[in-house]
Design a protein around this ligand. Structure first.
Ligand code: HEC
Ligand code: HEC
Length: 284
């Protein structure tokens, strides 16, 4: 069972990384500029949906039963906070409604995270409500209901709304520690890819979810380079390999090319190993 002490030590590790990264700032690598594979749909289906459901389940009834459960809520809150940043990057933000909803998501996830550190169930539920409102505010404007396509002749009359203002990236501090990103994205997404490649490879429908897992690993290769998370060249090169391997995998999955997918997966797991060898302390 994951203990609260475990969570705290992860948080301390994060603090240490943050401080190390700050020291190394002048030599540390910049943000990755290569294309990102994860669509908004992938981020929603792969991170938002499951994280929100897990939070709701954990806050039900009498609330989290133990420290481990509070720690899980904190990890989900941290990942959704990261998402509130990611949704403002890569030209994903089209307008002010989007920007405001993403800001509300960052704020409410911060409140939830704070509530977990105090194990304050009422505050946690308040924050959860505010999170739900932020999802709803963006969806009302930007998530199309599954509806039939409009008749062709109306198409030309509806130019896309111009962005209200150039979408600035959110500058405030992020909650997600490396451990949260690993436990919430890298670990589960990589495992799902490994399972999908077993034996004869993915089924017809299986290939779709494989694209999602690979796209999320590509996104992880970007966020691990942001927010001063990168301390050195080993880290940077591993992130590049992770992004490239995951992108290759996602591309191969589109044409259901098992051989190429396997080769992409090899690069991905090579990247995990290279970074862990230098930066992941053995379990004590
Ligand atoms: C800033 C905008 C924004 C915010 C905030 C947002 N979403 Fe979304 N969400 C979208 C858009 C856009 C889509 C439609 C994506 C598509 O189908 O291309 C979507 C789709 C979804 C889907 C369907 C995914 C699929 O596979 O079709 C789920 C589930 C979802 N969102 C969950 C959430 C939850 C839970 C939250 C709050 C924690 C949230 N979203 C917050 C923009 C947002
Ligand atoms: C750029 C560096 C880097 C890359 C790339 C990387 N990791 Fe990690 N990973 C770390 C660090 C650092 C830790 C230790 C985090 C801690 O305990 O604070 C870690 C820890 C983990 C953990 C343990 C999480 C926990 O709950 O304690 C898992 C699982 C994991 N990584 C999976 C993966 C997988 C799978 C990949 C490849 C898809 C990967 N990582 C790629 C740096 C990286």
């Amino acid at each position: 069972m994951k203990t609260w002490a475990g969570k705290n030590s992860g948080y301390r590790t994060h603090m240490t990384w943050t401080m190390l990264a700050a020291v190394a700032l002048t030599t540390s690598a910049g943000v990755a500029e290569d294309a990102r594979v994860a669509s908004v749909k992938v981020i929603m289906g792969g991170i938002h949906g499951p994280a929100m459901k897990a939070i709701s389940d954990l806050l039900k009834d009498t609330g989290p039963g133990d420290d481990g459960a509070w720690g899980q809520i904190a990890t989900h809150a941290a990942l959704l906070n990261e998402s509130g940043h990611v949704l403002m990057q890569n030209n994903r933000c089209p307008d002010k409604v989007w920007a405001d909803a993403a800001a509300a998501l960052r704020k409410s996830t911060t409140d939830l995270y704070t509530a977990t550190t105090k194990k304050d169930l009422n505050a946690a539920r308040e924050a959860q409500k505010a999170m739900g409102a932020s999802c709803g505010a963006c969806h009302a404007q930007h998530k199309k209901a599954a509806a039939p396509a409009p008749p062709a002749e109306t198409k030309a009359e509806a130019p896309p709304a111009a962005p209200a203002a150039p979408a600035a990236e959110a500058k405030e501090a992020r909650l997600a520690g490396i451990k949260d990103i690993m436990a919430g994205i890298n670990g589960p997404q990589c495992k799902a890819l490994g399972n999908a490649l077993k034996d004869a490879g993915p089924t017809e429908e299986g290939w779709d979810s494989v694209v999602m897992h690979a796209a999320l690993l590509n996104e992880a290769g970007h966020i691990l380079m942001q927010d001063k998370r990168c301390p050195d060249k080993v880290w940077k090169d591993a992130c590049t390999a992770l992004r490239e391997g995951a992108a290759k995998f996602a591309e191969a999955a589109k044409t259901k090319n098992l051989e190429e997918a396997r080769s992409g997966f090899q690069s991905v797991t090579g990247a995990c190993g290279a970074c862990h060898k230098a930066h992941k302390k053995p379990a004590t």
